[in-house]
Design a binder for this molecule. Structure first.
Ligand code: NAD
Length: 325
C-alpha cells in the first residue's frame, strides 16, 4: 500500500518526502533504494519528526499500529493522512479525535473508494433527486483474496479491514449516517481465514433508507468488483452500478399512470466528475483541505461514522441482536 502513497507524494509539487519510518528498518531501506530516494530511515517516528522537522505524516502501517502512530504524529506537531481503518476500536478512534482537537492538527482518513467517477456521478444524480427520495441501497461484495499476513489472523477481517470502504460508500451515496444494524457474520466452510470472513448486514440510515450489505472474502468464483455491486432505489426509479464502469438508471415516466407496471425510461448516465480517482483523488482532497484550513471530506470527525458502522455490525454479530449506533 505504501507504494501508491509514495508515488503520489513524489509527484506532488506541494509535498516533499523527508524520511521513511518502519519498525522493520530493512523494509524502509528497501523502499528508499527502490524509489531512488535520498532520505534518512528511522524506526522511531517521534525521532524522525524531531530530526527532519516533518509537518505531515502518512500513516500506512497495519491497523493495530494506527492509534500509536497517529497519536505520536499529532503530539509531535504533525497533521496526519492515514490508511483506513482509523483505529482498531471506537475507544481508540475517539481518543484520536480528542487529540486532533487538543493539538489543532488534522487527521484525514483514506477512503479511496469514494473517489471514482462512477460513484461521484451516482451520488450527483441522487443529490439532484433524479431517482426521487432514496429508500433502498443494496450491495453485494464477493471476492476470494488469499492475502496471507495480518488479515488472516483477525477476528473480523472483512468487517474491520474491508467493509469500512463499502459502509463509507453507502454513507457517501445516501449522505446519511447509520442509526442501527443487524449483522450475521460467519466463516465459510474451508475458509483460509481464522476469523469471520463473511457477513450479511441490514442498516437503517438516518434518512430512513435501508442499506443491506452481503459480503465475503472467501467466495471463490464470479467475483464482484472491490467496490461491490450496487442497486440504489428511490421513489422515481433505480440506478445500478456494477462497481466497474457500468452505471445505469431507469426512472418512471408517469407516476400517476394506471398501468400494472409504470413505463420506465432507461437514462443515459454521463460522468459528472473529473477529479483524479482512488488514492490520488482522496489525497487531492486532503491536501486541498489542509491548504484551505478546512476539514477534508474524510476527516476523522466524519470517518468515525463509517467506523461506528463497522463496530456496531461486529457487536450485532456477537450478540445476535440489532444494535443502535
Ligand atoms: N485503501 C485501500 O484500498 C487499502 C488497500 C490495502 C491496504 N490498506 C490499508 O493499508 C494499511 C497497511 O496495509 P498493508 O497491506 O500495506 O500492510 P503491510 O503489512 O504490507 O505493511 C505495513 C508496514 O507497516 C510497518 N509497521 C507496522 N507497525 C508499524 C509501526 N508501529 N510503526 C512503523 N511501521 C510499522 C510494517 O513493518 C510494514 O512494513 C492497513 O491499514 C490496510 O487496511 C488500504
Amino acid at each position: 500500500m505504501a507504494n501508491i502513497w509514495l508515488d503520489d507524494a513524489q509527484a506532488r509539487a506541494n509535498a516533499e518526502i523527508v524520511a521513511l519510518v518502519d519498525l522493520d528498518r530493512k523494509a524502509a531501506e528497501q523502499k528508499v533504494k527502490e524509489r531512488n530516494l535520498e532520505v534518512p530511515v528511522y524506526t522511531d517516528l517521534s525521532l524522525a519528526i524531531q530530526e527532519t522537522k516533518a509537518t505531515l505524516v502518512f500513516d500506512v502501517t497495519i491497523p493495530a499500529a494506527h492509534k500509536q502512530v497517529v497519536s505520536t504524529a499529532l503530539q509531535s506537531g504533525c497533521h496526519v493522512f492515514g490508511e483506513k481503518p482509523m483505529a482498531e476500536s471506537l475507544t481508540d478512534a475517539d481518543a484520536i479525535i480528542q487529540l486532533t482537537e487538543a493539538t489543532g492538527k488534522q487527521y484525514s482518513v483514506m477512503q479511496n473508494r469514494r473517489y471514482l467517477k462512477e460513484i461521484r456521478t451516482l451520488q450527483h444524480l441522487i443529490d439532484q433527486q433524479q431517482l426521487g427520495d432514496i429508500h433502498t441501497l443494496n450491495v453485494d461484495f464477493y471476492l476470494a483474496p488469499h492475502f496471507g499476513g495480518f488479515r488472516e489472523q483477525m477476528d473480523h477481517p472483512l468487517l474491520v479491514d474491508m467493509a469500512i470502504h463499502t459502509f463509507d460508500q453507502a454513507r457517501f451515496l445516501s449522505q446519511s449516517n447509520a442509526v442501527s444494524v443487524y449483522c450475521h457474520a460467519y466463516n465459510p466452510t474451508e475458509s483460509w481465514y481464522e476469523g469471520k470472513a463473511a457477513a450479511v448486514c441490514i442498516f437503517e440510515m438516518e434518512n430512513g433508507a435501508v442499506f443491506t450489505y452481503r459480503g465475503s472474502w472467501a467466495a471463490e468464483g464470479l467475483r464482484t468488483s472491490w467496490n461491490g455491486d450496487w442497486r440504489v432505489i428511490g421513489t422515481r426509479g433505480t440506478a445500478t452500478w456494477d462497481g466497474f464502469e457500468q452505471l445505469e438508471m431507469e426512472t418512471v415516466q408517469d407516476a400517476n399512470a394506471s398501468s400494472f407496471f409504470r413505463d420506465v425510461q432507461r437514462q443515459q448516465v454521463s460522468n459528472t466528475w473529473n477529479g483524479r480517482e482512488q488514492h490520488h483523488g482522496c489525497l487531492d482532497e486532503m491536501f486541498t483541505a489542509l491548504e484551505s484550513n478546512r476539514k477534508a471530506e474524510t476527516d476523522c470527525h466524519d470517518n468515525i461514522h463509517s467506523l461506528r458502522m463497522v463496530f456496531a455490525a461486529i457487536e450485532s454479530a456477537k450478540t445476535n441482536k440489532k444494535v443502535y449506533l
